[in-house]
Design a protein around this ligand. Structure first.
Ligand SMILES: Cc1ncc(C[n+]2csc(CCOP(=O)(O)OP(=O)(O)O)c2C)c(N)n1
Ligand SMILES: [Mg+2]
Length: 289
């Protein structure tokens, strides 16, 4: 865990941000390779959320232990946008929850790496997700459980922005504020694209920050690809004592790969071998032959 009270020298912050950028790009390339293998997947949302996942798991924010995945005092992370399992599985494997070699089985018959994460199949997964709109309600239950037991572990949940069109999120948000769950942090991957089109063309959600504030959350907006800014925000949780936190991470769907950036068609576009070669160059990945 980072000690949020100890200011870091500037060069130490940028070293860490540089390392997280490299790791996030490795997660991106890994997820694209998996989607190429399975011929199915969600490239755009994998790429928009890789920096957030890398920062949480590999930047020392989440207090989890791959050696003891069910450690009762661990922080809980729920990948509500479970369709982005390529990035999520890659992050869990990079963290050491299971061998990286297993990633190559993505969506194979009998593989433990289903298209949507299954907590009964792999260590490190807290909740089965994929059907949108369920992660936050589960996370509220986790946060309430910690509160009732007097335990200090925290709950994090990553949602898509299109996902917020599911009304269940807003019922859960009301409950979180009612109980003053300041041990709960919602991160919104605000890439402004859902399946098929831009969010604002389907069901407008701007102004998003005031909505969360009206639902009783302490809200911050951050560049979801700026590792130093993400670390800074995640290190000072809760943003306000007695309130749940919402961090709106402004991202680009398809981030890091020019042919996929901000293109609705890449929501579930499948990269070819040629796309992978181009992605490796743009992401700075050395591909071992
Ligand atoms: C309840 C439900 N309806 C529909 C889908 C199909 N679906 C999968 S991803 C997706 C779009 C999600 O968009 P967003 O939340 O913005 O995710 P991201 O942009 O991060 O990929 C949809 C409609 C689903 N998984 N669950
Ligand atoms: Mg989206």
């Amino acid at each position: 865990m980072f000690d949020s009270n100890a200011p870091k020298p500037a060069n130490q912050v940028s070293d860490q941000a540089h390392r997280l950028r490299q790791l996030a790009n490795e997660i991106r390339y890994s997820a694209m390779t998996m989607t190429n293998h399975s011929n199915l997947g969600h490239t755009g949302g994998d790429l928009s959320s890789s920096d957030i996942l890398a920062t949480l798991y590999l930047g020392g924010i989440l207090n989890v232990n791959p050696g003891e995945p069910a450690w009762p005092q661990r922080d809980r992370f729920i990948m509500s946008k479970g369709h982005c399992s390529g990035a999520f599985y890659s992050t869990l494997a990079f963290k050491g929850f299971f061998p990286r070699a297993q990633l190559a089985t993505f969506m194979d018959p009998l593989s433990l790496l289903n298209g949507h994460p299954d907590r009964n199949k792999l260590p490190g997964i807290e909740a089965n997700t994929g059907p949108l709109g369920h992660g936050l309600p589960i996370a509220v239950g986790c946060a309430l459980a910690a509160r009732m037991r007097g335990e200090s572990w925290r709950t994090f949940v990553l949602t898509g922005d299109g996902e917020l069109q599911e009304g269940s999120n807003w019922e859960a948000a009301m409950t979180a504020q009612h109980y003053g769950l300041d041990n709960l942090t919602v991160i919104v991957d605000r890439n402004r694209i859902q399946q098929g089109d831009f969010t604002e063309n389907i069901i407008r959600m701007d102004p998003l920050a005031p909505k969360w504030a009206a639902f009783g959350f302490a809200v911050a907006e951050v560049d979801g690809h700026d590792h130093a800014a993400l670390v800074e925000h995640f290190s000072k949780l809760p943003l306000e004592k007695g309130k749940p936190t919402c961090i709106i991470a402004n991202t680009t769907k398809g981030k890091g790969v020019s042919f996929a950036e901000n293109k609705p068609a890449w929501h579930h576009g499948v990269p070819t071998k040629e796309h992978l070669a181009q992605a490796a160059i743009e992401l700075g990945i050395e591909v071992k032959q």
